[in-house]
Structures are given as C-alpha cells and as structure tokens.
Design a protein around this ligand. Structure first.
Ligand code: PLI
Length: 497
C-alpha cells in the first residue's frame, strides 16, 4: 500500500520551512527522563505467559515501549507541573474547579461542568439520568465502557455508523460518520420517546481513530432537532477529530483547531470527557451540559458516586493541570505534531506492506489482525495473539481491539464477532520520539515476516464485565490446521455476559 500523503505537512506552521519540504521534529525539549529497559526474549516469553497472554496484565517495568493506550499516559508540560504545586485542595469551591469551569466554557462552550475521576464515571452519571429500561441508544460505533453503562442503565446500543467504518481497507476520510438513513429509520421504528439521546464520538476509537465530518455532524444535528432528541458528545479525542477536519474537510483548511473544536461542541448538548486523552492529564474527566435541569440531576448523582460537585473524583491540583491541558490540546502546533507522530509510524508500516486500518487514525496505528494472521480463525483471538507476539519480539506493548474487546451478546451470551479484528499501537502524547517509532515499525515488520509461526489462543478465564482488561489465555497446543478451522470443537467458555 502507498503511504498516506494526503496530509498537509507541519511545514506551514514553521517559518523556517514554510513552502519547503523539510524534516520536522517534536515541538518540545525533554527536561526530565524516565529510563526504560529492554529485557531478553526469554524473559518476555516468561512474562507474557505469566500475564495469561494479556498485555493488560504485564508489569509496566517489563515493557520497553508502551503503546497499550494513550489514556492517562501523556507527558504534562512545565506549565501543568507548575500548576500542580498551586493546587487548591479545599473540599468545596476549590479555585481549580473554577479554572476548569472557565476552560471548559471558553474552549468547548458547555455551560455547566461536573468533574469526575475519569470518562466512564461521566458516562455512568449521564446514562443513569437519561436512559430508561427498554430505551435504544444509537451511536457512531460502540465504545466498551460507554456501551456497558448504557446497558447497565437498561438501554440497548444500536450502531448507526457508516458501513465503511467496519471495513479496514476503505480509505473513506470520515469513517466516523453516521449513516443518516439508519439513524432516521431507527427513530421511526422505535419512536423518538424510546431514544434518550444520540451518542456521537469524536474520534471513533474502535473504528481505528476515525473522525466524523462537520458536514455529517450538522446533518445529525438537524435530525436530532427534527425529532427532539439530544446529542451526547463523547469528546475524548475532539481536538484530534478537529485536526482531521482541518486536513480533509473542504472549507476548514484555514480554520484553527480551537475554532473547529468549538464548532463541533456547539452542535451537541451534553459531553462526556475522558480528560486522560486529548486534554493531556494523567487522570480526570467531566460531564458537561447546557441544560440546567440535567446539570441539577448530575450534581445530585455525582455526590453519591464521585464526590462534591466542585471536585467530583479529582484532586484540586489535577483540575488545575486539566484546565491548562485543555488549552494546550487545542494548539495547532501541538496537535499537528501529535497526530504527525502517529502518521510517521503508520506510513512506515504502509510502505512495508503491513495490513493496517486505513486511513491512519489519530491516536494510534491499528494492525489488521485478520489479514496479518489469516490462518488464525477469530475464535482463536488473532489480535490477542498478535499483541502477545509483538511484545515477545521487542517489548512493545500494544492491545487487542477485536473479538475479546467486543464481549458477548447480552441476550444470547455468545461472542460478538466484530468485523474489525485489530491490534492497536496507541501513541501516548509527548512521550516518545520518532526513534521510538522506528523501533516499533521494525518490530512489526519482523513479526509480519515471521507471521506463519504465530498460533491462536484459548481463553481460560473470562471476567464478567469488560473482559479484555483481565481475561487470561493459553496458547493453543498442539496446533493442528483442522483444529484451528473448527472452533466449535473446543470447549465453550462458561461465563456469559
Ligand atoms: O478510561 P476512561 O474512563 O477515562 O474513559 C472511557 C472512554 C470513553 N470514550 C472513549 C472514546 C474512550 O477511548 C475511553 C477510554 N479509552 C481508553 C481507556 C483507551 O485505551 O482507549
């Protein structure tokens, strides 16, 4: 596959290189370093076996380059670290809460803010407030925690994303778009009173970090108004989505990231935020709303599950760092370098012919495990096996985003079989350099060259909720081609969710 060169380079932001094709570098100097260590292959074979072939269960000290997630793994700036020292740890009315509220109003435009310890707590609160038993919640693809909270509140998630999102080879630039026909049909079929809200994620994590276009979001807004339905915005990676709009959507090339972010938020009513991603902090999140009545209910619930409404689940200092992180996250220079690093890695893999999700996403490069390991059937967890093998090869930790993450059908108890069977190489923000990306690319290429030696896994322990975090596996031995082709021969895993 050819590298994706459809992006404008960073050069236009740099007066030295404007209008000339020149090398670019990360826009920061490293002031403090955290050593990382390489183990031997034998040691890593032992570590991954002890971790039940689940990269979530590895000890971080045994990881060389950690691409498990971009969640809470960012490097904070000197301004954020300085702010930590000024934290106002008052139980009520912390100065840092007001800084956070001001930043949310200024950059995102939502009126009322309820801090939470992270994104899923905001999802929990809004699901409890808005969803009734028997409701349906349409969304542009599921996210694990979001869907679970919708289900726990009695709702059923309905995927209304465009079909291209489920096709890793489709190069459609806005694979986070909603299929408007599917959405409207659902509203007509179930009735608007059964649809508490439409859930819109910017960007779509499970599709490979794919953006929604503003044109599509505006059309969703029109539909939502027509039927009197709210839009809840999962704004976890909204600045990255704005970057893609700036790069690829007509009419936005000369608009700043901050302006595009604001335009996105203004089209929605409520937001849940995991500030551990875009907003450059190691912990934190919030629920943001425009409707006073919903805010009032949220304020009531947050004291039950998180803490007083002026800190939720956060320390004062963390709210202060978040207020600054929000501002830094919408800087054009920051976001160009952040996504630029992901593109740098993705393009190397494309050039080497490695099957990855196209177009390259904003927060990570997603290996297409179906194509990478065509000899391993989905029942043998190819993406899980591939992530384990990559770790054994180089100490690079990635994560599965396929059948394990998709969980089980809540009615039948059978596995959900997603079309996307992916391994996510997630790039933390401002943490690694382009040299680290070179090492990762090298390892993926080596594993690809030796892919025939990789076999599947069997699940030997399955937790009830969000199984990908804690499930354990063992290697399929002995592996016979017949057995790999007949997954129904193996004993079913008993726990159902
Ligand atoms: O991990 P939380 O609870 O702060 O946020 C949950 C969450 C909500 N929405 C989206 C799109 C996410 O990506 C998300 C968390 N993502 C994780 C942990 C990840 O590794 O991608």
């Amino acid at each position: 596959m050819r590298p994706d060169r459809t992006f404008r380079s960073l050069n236009h932001l740099n007066p030295l290189t404007m209008n000339r094709k020149r090398a670019w570098a990360e826009p920061y100097k490293i002031k403090m370093v955290e050593p990382i260590f390489m183990s031997t292959r034998e040691e890593r074979e032992k570590y991954i076996a002890e971790a039940g072939y689940n990269t979530f269960l590895l000890k971080s000290r045994n990881v060389y380059i950690d691409l498990l997630t971009d969640s809470g793994t960012s490097a904070m700036s000197q301004s954020q670290w300085a702010e930590l020292m000024k934290g106002d740890e008052a139980y009520a009315g912390s100065e840092d809460f007001y800084h956070l509220e001001e930043a949310v109003r200024k950059y995102y435009g939502y009126q009322y803010v309820i801090p939470t310890h992270q994104g899923r707590a905001a999802e929990h609160i809004i699901s409890q407030i808005l969803i009734k038993k028997g409701d349906f919640v349409p969304g542009n693809m599921y996210f694990t925690t979001t869907r679970l909270h919708q289900e726990l509140a009695g709702g059923t998630f309905v995927d209304v994303i465009i079909d291209e999102a489920h096709d890793p080879d489709s190069t459609y630039p806005f694979k986070g778009n909603v299929n408007l026909e599917k959405l409207e049909n659902l509203i007509i079929e179930k009735g608007a009173d059964k649809i508490p809200y439409i859930c819109i994620a910017t960007t779509v994590n499970m599709a490979g970090g794919q953006p929604i276009s503003l044109r599509n979001l505006k059309a969703v807004r029109e539909l939502a108004w027509k039927y009197g339905i709210r839009i809840v915005h999962d704004m976890t990676r909204v600045a990255e989505n704005a970057f893609m709009i700036q790069q690829k959507e007509e009419g936005y090339q000369d608009k700043s990231i901050a302006r595009i972010v604001r335009e996105i938020c203004d089209l929605t009513d409520i937001a849940t935020m995991s500030a551990k991603k875009d907003a450059l902090v190691n912990i934190g999140g919030f629920l943001a709303v425009n409707d006073y009545d919903i805010y009032e209910e949220g304020r009531n619930l947050v004291v039950v599950y998180e803490g007083l409404h002026t800190y939720g689940g956060m320390a004062g200092r963390d709210m202060g760092a978040l207020a600054i992180g929000i501002k830094e996250s919408v800087s054009d220079i920051h976001i160009h370098a952040r996504v630029g690093q992901v593109l740098y890695l993705g393009n190397q893999l494309l050039e080497a012919g490695i099957p990855i999700v196209n177009p390259i996403g904003t927060h990570g490069v997603f290996l297409n495990a179906r194509k990478f390991l065509p000899h391993v059937p989905q029942d043998y967890f190819p993406a899980q096996a591939l992530a384990a093998e990559l770790y054994v090869d180089s100490g690079v930790r990635a994560m599965e985003r396929g059948i394990v993450s998709a969980g089980r059908n809540k009615k039948t108890g059978a596995h959900n079989y997603p079309r996307l069977e992916l391994v996510r190489l997630t790039i933390p923000r401002r943490v690694y350099t382009q040299s680290h990306m070179d090492v990762v690319a090298d390892s993926v290429k080596y594993v690809f060259e030796n892919r025939e030696s990789i076999n599947g896994l069997e699940m030997v322990y399955e937790p009830k909720y969000l199984r990908f975090f804690q499930a354990r596996f063992k290697k399929v031995v002995p592996v016979t081609p017949q057995k790999m082709q007949n997954p129904e021969e193996k004993e079913p895993v008993v726990h159902a969710h």
